[in-house]
Design a protein around this ligand. Structure first.
Ligand code: FMN
Length: 472
C-alpha cells in the first residue's frame, strides 16, 4: 500500500483551497481541500464573476447539469458585484434542509475536489469537522462524485463516517445522528441523504475514499478502530501546538498566566498504543520543519501532516495582503499565537494569530456588532415545544439567551465563521460599508515554519518549496 509521507492539512475556510491541494498533489504528496463552508466560498466566488473561469470549467463536468445551471443562474454575476456591495447570502443549513440547499452543498464540494484533481494523477483529500454535522452528508457525496481519494475528519468522534462512505459508494442512502442539546439519551435526531433521490432515480457506484480520523489520544484511536461503522484507514495524531482547533487538555482545564490551556503529560498521545491498532498514522503539530519527517518515521508514523507552513505559501487561499503582512512580521520575529479557550463557539481551544487588523485585537473585536448569518457552528437544541432550534454562543447575546443559552457561555466568543471567510478575502460587507474583520489561526511554531522557507532576497515561497524541504 502506498501512503503519502506528507499530508497537507485541511485548513480553515478556503485556506487549503483547490489551488494549494492541487500543487501539493502534483508534488507527489496528499493535497487536501477544506470542506468547510464551501457553499459560501463557491457562491461568493461566483458573485465575484469567476474571473478565470475555473468554476465554470468544473460545473461543465458536473453530472447533473440542471443543478449546476440553477446555482450558476442564482449566484453568478458577470464582471463581479460592485465594490462595497454585500454578497447575496446562502440560506443557513438546518437538520432537514430543502433540496436546493443539498444541491448547493453537493455541488460546492464537487467543484473544489474536481478542480484540485484536474490535470494530474495525484491523490486529493477533503477535510471536515465532526462538530459541523448538518451539511456533512451532502458534502461527502459531492466530494465522492468528484472522485475524492481521502476523507479526513477531526474535532469530534467520527465513528459514523466510515459506514456512510461505504453506503454512498454503493449508491445507498445514509443518515447521520445529530447532537441536539437538551435531548434525552433515547431521543435521536438524524439527517439523511439519499443519492437516488438526488440523482433522480439511479445512483452511481462511487469509489470509496480512504478515511483518516484526526485524533489526539490512543483512547480515541482504539474507540474508532473498534467501534466505527466501517473501516478506518488511518489516523492523524495531532498535538496541541497545531494550528486551528486543538483538543482540550484532559481533565479539568487549567489556564496559564497568559490565559492559555495548560497541557501536561496526560495529553501526550501514547504512540505505541496507537501503532498497536495496526493502522498507518501521521503526526501533526509542529512537524512542518526540516528533519521532522525523519523524527516522525522513527516514532512509527508513516509521515506527517503539516498545516501552518502551507497556510502562508503562495498557493494558499489567505488574502495576499494579509499573507504578506504575516510573512513580513514572521521574518521580523514579531508574531504571537494565543491559544484561546473561549474564542471558538465549538468550545474547543482555538489558536488565534495576533494580528492588529483582525478580531484578535480587542478594539476590532469590541467594535464588531455580533451577527450570525453563516451559522455553521450553531448548536442544535431541543425547544420546549419539542422542535429543534439553533443557537450559537457567538451570535448576539440577547438572542442566544432568549434561546435558552447561558449568558456566560457567550462571553469572549468570536464569530469563527465570518472571521475565517474574511481571511480569504471573501468577507461580507456590513451595513455602513465596513468589511467583516478576519480571524487568523496558525500553529505555535509559525515564525520558524515560515522563516525556513524564505530564501534571501525573496518574500514568498511555494507549496513545492515546502514539500521539497520537508522531504530533503
Ligand atoms: C490556518 C489553519 C487552519 C486550520 N483549519 C483546520 C480545520 O478547519 N480543520 C482541521 O481539522 N484542521 C485545521 N487545521 C489544522 C491542520 O490541518 C494541521 O493538522 C495542523 O496545522 C498541523 O500543525 P502545524 O500547524 O503545526 O503544521 C488548521 C491549521 C491552520 C494552520
Amino acid at each position: 500500500m502506498f501512503y503519502p509521507k506528507i499530508i497537507q492539512g485541511g485548513m480553515g475556510v478556503g485556506v487549503s483551497n483547490w489551488v494549494l491541494a492541487r500543487a501539493v498533489s502534483i508534488a507527489g504528496q496528499l493535497g487536501v481541500v477544506s470542506g468547510t463552508a464551501l457553499d459560501v466560498v463557491l457562491t461568493r466566488r461566483l458573485q465575484l464573476g469567476d474571473p478565470e473561469g475555473h468554476i465554470r470549467r468544473a460545473l461543465d463536468h458536473f453530472p447533473f447539469p440542471e443543478i449546476a445551471r440553477r446555482v450558476w443562474d442564482q449566484y453568478f454575476v458577470e464582471g463581479g458585484i460592485a465594490p462595497g456591495q454585500a454578497f447575496k447570502q446562502v440560506p443557513l443549513i438546518t437538520i432537514n434542509p430543502p433540496a436546493h440547499l443539498l444541491e448547493l452543498h453537493t455541488l460546492a464540494n464537487y467543484v473544489e475536489v474536481f478542480l484540485a484533481k484536474a490535470g494530474h494523477a495525484g491523490e486529493v483529500g477533503i477535510n471536515f469537522l465532526e462538530k459541523i454535522q448538518m451539511p456533512t452528508l451532502s458534502s461527502i457525496f459531492g466530494a465522492m462524485l468528484a472522485g475524492v481519494d481521502y476523507i479526513l475528519m477531526g474535532a469530534g468522534i467520527p465513528r459514523a463516517i466510515p459506514g456512510i462512505l461505504d453506503q454512498f459508494s454503493r449508491g445507498e442512502a445514509a443518515s447521520l445522528r445529530l447532537d441536539v442539546e437538551g435531548a434525552a439519551a433515547d431521543q435521536e435526531f438524524h439527517t439523511t441523504f439519499d443519492p437516488k433521490i438526488f440523482c433522480g432515480g439511479q445512483a452511481p457506484q462511487l469509489k470509496r475514499p480512504k478515511f483518516l480520523a484526526i485524533i489526539s489520544s490512543a483512547t480515541l484511536a482504539m474507540t474508532l478502530a473498534r467501534k466505527s461503522t466501517g473501516k478506518v484507514d488511518g489516523f492523524i495524531v495531532e498535538g496541541a501546538t497545531a494550528g486551528g482547533h486543538n483538543a482540550p487538555p484532559r481533565g479539568v482545564m487549567h489556564l496559564s498566566e497568559a490565559g492559555e490551556p495548560v497541557y501536561g503529560e496526560r495529553d501526550v498521545p501514547d504512540l505505541k498504543k496507537i501503532a498497536d491498532q495496526g493502522l498507518p498514522f501521521w503526526l501533526a503539530g509542529s512537524f512542518g520543519a526540516l528533519g521532522k519527517l525523519a523524527e516522525a518515521v522513527a516514532l512509527g508514523a508513516v509521515g506527517i501532516q503539516v498545516g501552518t507552513a502551507f497556510a502562508f505559501c503562495e498557493e494558499s487561499g489567505i488574502d495576499p495582503i494579509t499573507k504578506a503582512n504575516v510573512i513580513e512580521r514572521a521574518l521580523a520575529g514579531n508574531l504571537r499565537v494565543h491559544t484561546d479557550p473561549l474564542a471558538s463557539p465549538t468550545g474547543f481551544p482555538f489558536k488565534v494569530l495576533q494580528v492588529d487588523e483582525s478580531v484578535s485585537n480587542p478594539v476590532v473585536y469590541n467594535s464588531r456588532v455580533r451577527i450570525c448569518d453563516l451559522g455553521y457552528l450553531r448548536h442544535a437544541y431541543l425547544k420546549q415545544d419539542g422542535s429543534i432550534g439553533y443557537r450559537c454562543p457567538a451570535e448576539p447575546v440577547a438572542n442566544y439567551v432568549r434561546k435558552g443559552g447561558a449568558e456566560a457561555d457567550a462571553a469572549g466568543r468570536k464569530c469563527v465563521c465570518n472571521g475565517l471567510v474574511a481571511t480569504i478575502g471573501l468577507g461580507q460587507i456590513l451595513s455602513g460599508g465596513a468589511v467583516e474583520p478576519p480571524l487568523l489561526t496558525a500553529g505555535d511554531d509559525i515564525v520558524c515554519n515560515i522563516r525556513q522557507f524564505i530564501k534571501p532576497g525573496t518574500t514568498t515561497y511555494t507549496a513545492k518549496d515546502v514539500v521539497d524541504a520537508l522531504l530533503a
